[in-house]
Design a protein around this ligand. Structure first.
Ligand SMILES: *[C@@H]1O[C@H](CO)[C@@H](O)[C@H](O)[C@H]1NC(C)=O
Ligand SMILES: *[C@@H]1O[C@H](CO)[C@@H](O)[C@H](O)[C@H]1NC(C)=O
Ligand SMILES: *[C@@H]1O[C@H](CO)[C@@H](O)[C@H](O)[C@H]1NC(C)=O
Length: 386
């Protein structure tokens, strides 16, 4: 329909959007799909076009919305593109695993990512940690989808287009590149749109100038910051594409070489983001306004994670701040790093517990098909923060 001819339609749309947006837009709630056991089987819902209301059967998308925190636009994408959902679920798991692996030796160890769709304050106050989680979830989604395209497990997309730049003399473009372009476009619709709707809400509140609600403004600031960090994750993925090659020719002579653009491992991407985490910049209110005006580039922030609230030291338990404390955490007495007992236990000291581990060991193959193992008992000393 033509909005210009019907200006009231625009207003109605705005109001409808505002109505939808109860509460803070949190475009990482979908990470709760890491726990999902939903059946995304297409043939299980062929008769009801995914709505499942008339037939009495709930579609996996409706269930995902109810139980796993998908918002309306995401549930709609789910229905229109059910085939992507198992991959999105894998992406949630990948984001969670990567984050927890990267932070396993730190006081804040990303454990709160597993409580999604319920988010603790460390992931809602626009902290440095939140910036990482938004960036890694956006990166993990693009990563998973781009790989699914090139591996042929997602039929909506294909291998990436060949790069525009002419290949060097000794190779030609070929093979199957990870389709980051398609994956990014999908991720924008699945993640960015959730935050963008929150910004749209701001337009309506801005108009009602008398209703200066601090709290609402805060929500919009959050959306701007989240969107920025999501973008940082996306840009990092695109920038991390590298050329991978394969040789052809008689007995490995490499007469012909074909190359394509591939992604590194998710661990590498998690590490690169960790570097950005340590260099993340705190934003002032003025800084947010400039980010919103898309002048991030001029500020030199385009590749940097940004946050609004300073984090606590995560030493002691404080639920209001989303700090779980480090009591009971296992520290490493010989480590000079963040997981050292001094650092992890915040100087409170630690106790040593001896734990007995019983494991199968010294396994041997017999004939072709039997494996026999011994039972080994090992004693390990575990150091627990007080
Ligand atoms: C999907 O469901 C149909 C019938 O309900 C079944 O035959 C098919 O094996 C299922 N496919 C997968 C991948 O689970
Ligand atoms: C992460 O931290 C939480 C809270 O301190 C703790 O309960 C959990 O065991 C830690 N996880 C790992 C893998 O150390
Ligand atoms: C403790 O730290 C040392 C030094 O970094 C390392 O070699 C060792 O593997 C760590 N131990 C454990 C149990 O992680």
């Amino acid at each position: 329909m033509d909005i210009q001819k019907k200006p009231w339609m625009f207003l109605v749309c705005l109001l409808v959007f505002a109505g939808w947006l109860m509460g803070i837009a949190e475009s990482i709630r979908w990470l709760s799909l890491q726990h999902s056991h939903l059946n995304w089987n297409i043939s299980s819902m062929n008769n009801n076009h995914g709505r499942g209301i008339r037939s009495g059967i709930r579609s996996p998308c409706t269930l995902a919305r109810r139980r796993y925190g998908l918002v309306k636009i995401q549930a709609k994408l789910c229905r229109n593109s059910l085939e992507t959902m198992p991959h999105i679920q894998n992406a949630a798991l990948l984001a969670s695993d990567t984050c927890r692996k990267m932070f396993s030796d730190r006081r804040w160890n990303c454990s709160s990512i597993v409580t999604a769709p319920y988010l603790t304050p460390d992931l809602t106050r626009a902290t440095r940690e939140q910036a990482y989680v938004y960036a890694i979830s956006s990166a993990a989604l693009i990563y998973t989808l781009a790989r699914a395209c090139s591996s042929g497990t997602l039929h909506q997309c294909t291998c990436a287009n060949k790069p525009n730049n002419a290949p060097a003399e000794n190779f030609q473009w070929g093979g199957c590149g990870d389709n980051v372009k398609w994956a990014s476009q999908f991720a924008k619709r699945f993640i960015d749109n959730v935050e963008k709707h929150a910004l749209l809400k701001k337009e309506t509140t801005k108009r009602a100038k008398d209703l200066k609600d601090e709290n609402k403004l805060q929500k919009n600031e959050l959306a701007i910051v989240n969107l920025h960090n999501i973008r940082v994750g996306r840009k990092l993925i695109t920038a991390s594409l590298h050329t991978q090659c394969k040789c052809h020719g008689v007995s490995g002579s490499c007469n012909i070489k074909t190359c394509w653009k591939a992604l590194p491992s998710m661990t590498d991407i998690g590490k690169a983001l960790l570097e950005k985490f340590t260099k993340a910049k705190v934003l002032t209110r003025h800084g947010i306004e400039r980010l919103e005006e898309k002048t991030g580039k001029k500020q030199g922030l385009s590749d940097q994670l940004v946050f609004l609230s300073k984090s606590p030291d995560y030493c002691t338990k404080d639920e209001k701040l989303g700090s779980f404390g480090t009591v009971g955490r296992h520290c490493n007495v010989s480590s000079p790093g963040l997981d050292s007992c001094q650092q992890l236990c915040c100087g409170r000291g630690y106790k040593t517990v001896v734990e007995e581990k019983i494991e199968r060991c010294q396994c041997k193959f017999y004939n072709c098909c039997y494996v026999k193992c011994k039972i080994c008992r090992t004693m390990t000393r575990i150091h627990e923060c007080l």
